[in-house]
Design a protein around this ligand. Structure first.
Ligand code: HEM
Length: 411
């Protein structure tokens, strides 16, 4: 294979900033191909990514066992993989159905909707702080503190632990963005993983003694009724909720505001039509998907797009590319907040469809609509935003905007 088609190119700063021309090239020249550099099949077309996500012959149980890690010289990663193991995202079939049913019971769309007024209160408080300053870093001042506050509240962990939770979660996400390689910050990741485990272990024990109206207590109650989830599974899935529930939502909010500002006619439309918020959020999710890809492992030989995938081979499914596939979305690089038939794959699809999609949508709607209503003259600062160096979790490192009324006069 031509090395210019390898996924490793995604780490190049220009491609990281705008991966879509590269994705389109893959869609045209090699929609499904073996990438010898990442040792996996790579799939970029909407039809095939969606079909693969619902194909039971493709498993999410794709973590390398300890022996395989050791033989690849990745033995230092063993404690990290041990935490990922037994998380919803890495189990399948009856095990997944059992755990997912239990988590669905504790994590309902109603619970997400009930959070709306709390989310509004936190957004208002965060924006009060920036208003007098006249400018804000959307990531630092809004998109980062909001989801971590909400997930901390939902899980029932003290909000004062927010900085600590953020550090752990950042470390965890950095592992998910590397192609089975040792992250540069390995020592920090190992420490975070061990500390997170001990932290949730202690909280779960406290909630067992004194239940509250929070997600951890709800999971314990479900566990005690059905005796279906072990303490280790509970800890690992709290870690998953913390990390999955915050990084991606941060990026939905910051990427969404950034994209609105890049397309002023869409921003004007967003401001003048309050009914458009839900469809605008869907378009933001499609256009700059916070989770760019996932992967699956073949349980048996099978065919995808005419290519034979052998048992045990890994397939990388790029939702970020599928969501810009011209065969599925007319004019896919056009950002259109009133787009119809917008069945994007930003939350995945089928059995592993995002557990927190309802919550993420409410957070995105409240945050972005409130910013637009309070600061209709919002505009980008001269300092251009930079993308984080993570090819999977797509998000801005920082993003400065002017929120004062002088912005309208070009000050
Ligand atoms: C699964 C994206 C927010 C919890 C997923 C998957 C994607 C995704 C793509 C499926 C991965 C796969 O099939 O391999 C997103 C995006 C979010 C977001 C883009 C925000 C914009 C959240 C939130 C939570 C959450 C707020 C929880 C508080 C989960 C969990 C799973 C999951 C637990 C695993 C579900 C399963 O395997 O059954 N998410 N997510 N996510 N997400 Fe999210």
């Amino acid at each position: 294979m031509n090395s210019s088609l390898s996924l490793f190119n995604l780490m190049h700063p220009d491609i990281l900033a705008d991966p879509y021309p590269f994705y389109h090239r893959l869609q045209t020249e090699a929609p499904i191909h073996w990438d010898p550099y990442v040792k996996a099949w790579v799939c970029t077309s909407y039809t095939e990514v969606a079909a693969a996500l619902r194909d039971p012959r493709l498993s999410t149980e794709r973590l390398l066992p300890s022996e395989a890690l050791a033989s690849l010289g990745l033995q230092d990663m063993i404690p990290i993989y041990a935490v990922l193991e037994r998380q919803l995202l890495f189990i399948d079939h009856s095990d997944h159905t059992r755990l997912r049913a239990l988590m669905n019971r504790a994590f309902t769309a109603r619970r997400a909707e009930e959070m709306r007024s709390y989310i509004q209160r936190i957004v208002d408080q965060l924006l009060d702080t920036v208003e007098s300053r006249g400018s804000m870093d959307v990531v630092r001042d809004l998109a980062y503190p909001l989801p971590i506050t909400i997930i901390a509240e939902l899980l029932g962990v003290p909000v004062e632990d927010r900085e600590q939770l953020k550090k752990w979660s950042d470390d965890y996400a950095s592992v998910l963005g590397s192609f089975q390689s040792i992250p540069d910050n390995l020592a920090s990741v190992l420490q975070s993983v061990s500390e997170m485990g001990a932290y949730f272990d202690a909280i779960i024990l406290r909630r067992r003694q004194e239940p509250r109206d929070d997600l951890i207590s709800a999971l314990i109650a479900a566990q005690e009724t059905d005796n279906q989830i072990s303490q280790a599974e509970l800890i690992k899935n709290c870690i998953l909720l913390l990390a999955a529930g915050h990084e991606t939502t941060t990026n939905l909010i910051a990427n969404g505001i950034y994209t609105l500002l890049r397309f002023p006619e869409q921003k004007d439309r967003f401001l003048t039509d309050p009914t458009i918020v839900a469809s605008a959020i869907e378009e933001m999710l499609r256009y700059e998907s916070p989770a760019q890809y996932t992967s699956r492992k073949a349980l048996t030989d099978l065919e995808i797009g005419g290519q034979l995938i052998r048992q045990r081979q890994v397939v990388i499914l790029i939702m970020g590319a599928a969501n810009r596939d011209p065969a599925r979305f007319p004019d896919p690089d056009h950002f259109d907040i009133s787009r119809h038939d917008n069945k994007h794959l930003a939350f995945g699809y089928a059995a592993h469809f995002c557990l927190g999609a309802a919550l993420a949508r409410v957070e995105g709607q409240v945050a972005i609509q409130t910013v637009a209503q309070r600061f209709p003259l919002l505009r980008m600062d001269l300092q251009l935003p930079t993308w984080r160096e993570n090819v999977n979790v797509r998000g801005l490192a920082s993003f400065h905007v002017r929120v004062d009324s002088s912005a309208a006069r070009g000050a």
